[in-house]
Design a protein around this ligand. Sequence first.
Ligand SMILES: [Cu+2]
Length: 193
Amino acid sequence: MKTYLALITATALALTACNNEKPAAPVAETAAVAASNVATATATAASAVTEAASNVATAVASASDECAVTINSDDKMTFDTKELNVKSTCTNFTLTLKHTGTQPKAGMGHNVVITKAADKDAVLADGAAAGADKDYIKPDDARVVAATKLIGGGESDTITFPVNKLAKGESYVFFCSFPGHVAMMSGKVNLVD
Ligand SMILES: [Cu+2]
């Protein structure tokens, strides 16, 4: 009887030990593998994020370098550039007009309007007729490829337009449509490679 009891106890102990130990090892192993996978995944994700951030930075840099330009204007009725080069490889082009003077837009307002060279005179005439309230551009003028708003001293305006609005082989110009300014404030728009 004693032997029998001892056997049962031993078996019970063995079973208990079994229950405690056997699953424990695989669980620990699984946890370690999982932890390792998480670490790898985290590292991969972190590297992907770093790479993505770097790509964004590069894209932003190239956009600001190649697909954007700033034109300055002033109280002397001038633009600081006579040629606007737009890269054909840019999807969109961003143009910022700054007015570095101090005079209000009612007296020395400037904008930048882009049209085909052939449309310039008609757009100017219709713009003058539209008046200051319309920034000297006829509302919804389909001949206008892009235009900033009319600004006064100390102000600036930024616009973005799709480069495919400029057709290859066509001749484009930019100018200020404030009455009388075009003689001083105009230039060529070049679609470049
Ligand atoms: Cu002007």
